[in-house]
Design a protein around this ligand. Sequence first.
Ligand SMILES: *[C@@H]1O[C@H](CO)[C@@H](O)[C@H](O)[C@H]1NC(C)=O
Ligand SMILES: *[C@@H]1O[C@H](CO)[C@@H](O)[C@H](O)[C@H]1NC(C)=O
Length: 309
Amino acid sequence: MKNNILCFLGLSIIGIVSGDSCSLEISPSRVVVKFGDPVSVSCVASRPVRVLGWESVIAATHTQRDLSVQWQVDSLTDWIEEPICYGVFFTAPRQCEEKLNLVLYKKPDSVSISLVNHSSPVVVGREYQLQCEVHNVAPVQYLVLRWYRGQTEVYNHSFSELSPATPVQVSSILLIVPNRADDGAQYSCEAELKLGAEGPQPSPTVQSEVLNLAVQYPPDFRSPEEEIVDISEDSGMVLDCTAEGNPPPVYIWTSSNLQEKADQPVLTAASLGPGVYTCTASNILGKKSKQFVIKHKSKGESNKDAMEM
Ligand SMILES: *[C@@H]1O[C@H](CO)[C@@H](O)[C@H](O)[C@H]1NC(C)=O
Ligand SMILES: *[C@@H]1O[C@H](CO)[C@@H](O)[C@H](O)[C@H]1NC(C)=O
C-alpha cells in the first residue's frame, strides 16, 4: 500500500484528476430521477480532505470536516443540472472531481398516430405515410418508439443520436403500401423510455390510440372460373356471383335469356332457362365478370329421377 502511494506522488499530476486515481466515490454512481421527484446522492472521500463538496446550480454544498457530503434536492426540476463532487486534499493529487451520472426523465404527455395528409379509407397498392408523434419527452436519447400492426411489432425507431436533456417532440414515419389484408388492420405506436437498470421497472411506456385502417380494393371473386350448373339435378342450385370488394360491389347480370334486370349477387338456377349468364361485380375501383352456364340433364336421367320419387 505504502509503495503504491509513493509511486503515485512521484507522477506529480497537474490539474484536476478524475477517475480511478481520484479518491472520491459517488453513491449511487448513476441516478435516474423522474421530473419533480426527490433525489439524494452521497460523495465519499477515501483520504483526508481540506474541502469536500458538490458543485451544483441548485443545491451546492460543502464540508470541511467530514469525509462524506450529500447532494440532496426535494423536487428536481432543473433540466441542465450536472452535479459534480469535488475534493481538495492535503496531499497530491490536491484536487479531484467526479461527475454524477444523472438522468432526469419525463414520460411523454401523449403519443399520437395519424395518416399523413390523409384519412382512412385508403386505396390498395398506393403508398401512404403513418406518423407517430411523441410529445414532450426527455431525455430523447433513451426513447424507443415501436410500431405495431395488431399485436405484432413491425418497426422500431431509436433516437440515441439526439442529445437534448430538455423535453422535446419527436416523430417517426412508417411507410405502408396497403394490400387487401390491411383492410381493418389496427396500427398503433408505443413510446418507451429505456432508462437502464437504475431506472423504473418496467420502463415508462405510453401507447398511442389505435388507428383502424380501412382499405378500398376492387371486386375479386373467390373462384373466378366459369361455372357449369345442371339445374334438373337439384332445384336448390344457385348462381353465386358474390365478390369481395371495398366499397361492397354492386352486381349486374346479363344474358339473352333474362327478361328482367337482375342486380342481386345470387340467382336461383331453377328459375332460369339454359344458357350463358354473365355477372359483373363493380365498385369505384374496378369491375370483374364471371360466367355461368346452365345446362339441362338428358331426358333419360330425368325420367329415372321421377320414377324413384
Ligand atoms: C402534406 O400537406 C402539406 C400541406 O398541404 C404539404 O406541405 C406536405 O408536403 C404534405 N406532405 C406529404 C407527405 O404529402
Ligand atoms: C428493433 O427491431 C429489431 C428488428 O428489426 C430488433 O432486432 C431490435 O431488438 C429492436 N429493438 C428494440 C429496442 O426493440
